[in-house]
Write a protein that binds this ligand. Structure first.
Ligand SMILES: *[C@@H]1O[C@H](CO)[C@@H](O)[C@H](O)[C@H]1NC(C)=O
Length: 202
């Protein structure tokens, strides 16, 4: 094994270790897996719904939004704003292109794109964060209403004049298992932290 490969595997090992040290078994998941955070491509209108369904989140996990910061952003919104795609008063705005949201509070969290019209084109995500014992908070009436079809929502297949931001890798398979997706995420954004952990280990 060359020095480069050895170093690379040490980085990965340090990243995993970091996860284990850092609160037992929290993981970071990249939103959309291989797709970036962007307007869903016409071939995958439910990409975020399917993605959220595919991951078994735990309290303390984190989700990672990757997107071009000049073109997109992430808003955490109320159930009502999620339903209507109201971008005017988000609970939280993340816009650095490489945003980590920590799932530290049990319950349902709602996100939309902050870019004009992207939410109406289906760029929205909700995640159910379980309690520490793994059970789920009962959805409120607001939560149930939030998932009704959005008034004025556009069909991404017929209305998009701009290429969806998430389409760059949309032909790739998204069937990776969660562990590798979590690992990829950590290896990507955590390299600085991993390097720090590595220096502690050596
Ligand atoms: C989530 O936690 C990470 C690391 O602890 C921190 O860098 C990041 O800012 C947090 N994200 C939010 C949205 O608070």
């Amino acid at each position: 094994m060359g020095a480069r490969a050895a170093l690379a595997s040490a980085f990965v090992a340090a990243a995993v270790l970091l996860l284990l040290v850092n609160g037992g078994a929290c993981a970071m998941y990249k939103v959309g897996d291989l797709d970036a955070w962007g307007v869903p491509p016409a071939s995958k209108p439910d990409v975020y719904k399917d993605w959220a369904k595919s991951v078994k989140f735990k309290l303390g996990d984190a989700i990672w939004f990757l997107y071009p910061p000049t073109q997109d952003s992430v808003l955490q919104v109320s159930p009502d704003a999620f339903h209507t795609c109201d971008l005017s008063s988000p609970l939280l705005k993340l816009d650095d292109g490489n945003s980590i949201f920590n799932l530290t509070k049990p319950g349902r969290v709602y996100f939309t794109s902050g870019a004009p019209h992207h939410c109406l084109k289906g760029q929205k995500l909700w995640v159910d964060v379980p309690m520490a014992d793994g059970s789920h908070v009962k959805p409120s009436a607001n939560d149930l209403a939030a998932l009704a079809p959005t008034p004025g929502a556009e069909d991404p297949g017929t209305t998009s004049s701009e290429p969806p931001a998430g389409s760059r890798s949309s032909d790739s398979s998204t069937a990776d298992d969660h562990a590798s997706s979590a690992l990829r995420a950590v290896a990507g954004v955590g390299s600085v932290v991993a390097a720090a952990a590595l220096s502690l280990l050596l």
